[in-house]
Design a protein around this ligand. Structure first.
Ligand code: NAD
Ligand code: DAU
Length: 378
């Protein structure tokens, strides 16, 4: 049984949902959230669990090997769930060095600390686990073609047997070769390779998962969904890259957190699992849904804000289509998404509209003072 677990990047979007799930579901575990609190880290995301006895926050940079190693020794850490990363593609295009440093060197530093600490124990790697959270973007981009010339979107069946809208014949499967295009995905791909190398070379008990686009509460409003919800609310332009034809496969963030729980506890060492929503959408279609939903919930005529759509220069190297086949995870561990997209998007829009204080805090940068305030007297 893994009792003391470091979750890196727990103050970010997905990490905060994972921390909340583990702290509440496993009161007998000690959950240590290790986060540097970059612009993307926000302790207000965890207000509801910060006083729980089984939760500790440690502000640290994953690149700081000495601090991570000392923490592992001091706390007798049994498992690591690694989410800390620079995560935004547009930022990676402007500043690739930061992405290489955190995503590659940071992951390497964690791997080495885990290896040295666990190897020093009498039981060695027994009962230990290093779980690395990665992205579907490492696989590159899929085409939007069908061998029989059928025009997308068309209904198809993933090998899991679940129906979903598909814009192409191919899906990302676990055995696909890596073809990352952005500095972000190149850095994540590199970190995945290091994780597998630590298993193959030293026997470190690792697992890697590659997940599709997440959406839900607490996502930093540089990403499409929270940015556009906030802009629609304030009637600001919606910058649609290119023609808005790119396809993403969307998964509600709590479903990702549930998958992480299942895989951390029951996944097979050295395996890779894809995690996805069976839920492909063209950006422009999702944007129309967002406009209609925000308008309706704010009591405006539905679609009144369609004129906010503003086509802008495309993202450099913009991947056309992502689509995950997560049937291995479904087949082997019984996980599947719990929420229909319509339900998830309604919940998400409501959450952002009901938490304007959170959004204002984040967009003003005030949230970064929270940590200093909170810890000044401790
Ligand atoms: P995020 O940007 O919201 O959060 C990242 C967190 O990592 C922040 O709290 C930040 O402070 C922390 N962090 C950054 N650099 C650090 C460092 N050097 N040391 C310690 N902490 C540091 O990211 P997210 O969207 O929640 O993504 C989390 C993970 O999931 C990432 O590894 C990402 O690649 C992966 N992922 C994200 C998605 C998605 O749709 N958002 C999908 C698949 C995989
Ligand atoms: O696929 C998983 C990945 O999903 C994660 O690994 C990344 O961390 C996460 O950021 C996300 O990457 P994307 O680039 O797909 O997400 P983003 O929200 O930035 O963009 C979604 C789509 O919307 C993409 O095709 C670009 C487009 N877009 C985005 C923004 C911010 C716009 O058209 N306009 C925008 O202003």
């Amino acid at each position: 049984m893994k009792n003391t677990i470091i979750i890196t990047g727990g103050a970010g979007f997905i990490g905060s949902h994972v921390v909340r799930l583990f702290v509440n579901k496993y009161p007998e575990y000690h959950i240590i959230n290790v986060d540097k609190l970059t612009y993307a880290g926000n302790l207000a995301n965890l207000k509801d669990v910060e006083d729980k006895p089984n939760y500790t926050f440690v502000r640290a940079d994953i690149c700081d090997f000495d601090t991570i190693y000392a923490l592992m020794q001091r706390e007798h850490v049994d498992g690591i769930i690694h989410l800390a990363a620079e995560s935004h593609v547009d930022r990676s295009i402007k500043d690739p060095f930061t992405f290489a440093k955190t995503n590659v060197m940071g992951t390497l530093s964690l791997l080495q600390a885990a290896k040295l600490y666990w190897e020093s124990l009498p039981e060695g790697y027994e009962g230990k686990r290093f779980y690395h959270i990665s992205t579907d973007e490492v696989y590159g981009a899929l085409e939007m073609t069908h061998p029989e010339g059928i025009q997308p979107p068309f209904s198809t069946k993933a090998s899991s047997g679940q129906h979903h809208l598909a814009y192409g014949e191919l899906f990302f499967t676990e055995d696909l070769k890596y073809q990352p295009h952005s500095p972000y995905s190149a850095a994540k791909a590199s970190s995945d390779h290091f994780v597998r190398a630590y298993h193959d070379t030293y026997g470190l008990p690792t697992i890697v998962t590659n997940c599709s686009n997440n959406y839900g509460p607490y996502q930093f409003p540089e990403k499409l969904i929270p940015l556009f919800i906030n802009n629609i609310r304030h009637r600001r332009p919606l910058p649609v890259y290119g023609k808005g034809e790119n396809v993403r496969d969307w998964l509600y963030v709590e479903d990702h957190a549930r998958a992480i729980d299942v895989i951390f506890h029951r996944g097979t060492i050295a395996e890779t699992y894809n995690i996805g929503g069976f839920n492909e959408w063209k950006n422009i279609d999702i944007i129309r849904v967002l406009i209609n939903t925000v308008d309706r919930l704010l009591g405006r005529p539905e679609g009144a804000d369609m004129d906010l759509i503003t086509y802008v220069t495309d993202r450099a190297g913009h991947d056309l289509r992502y689509a995950i086949d997560s049937s291995k995870l479904q087949r082997e561990l019984g996980w599947e998404p719990s929420l229909q997209f319509e339900e998830g998007i309604e919940k998400t829009v409501r959450w952002y509209l009901d938490h304007q204080d959170w959004m204002d805090n984040v967009t003003s940068g005030d949230y970064q003072k929270y940590y200093d305030e909170m810890y000044k007297n401790r």
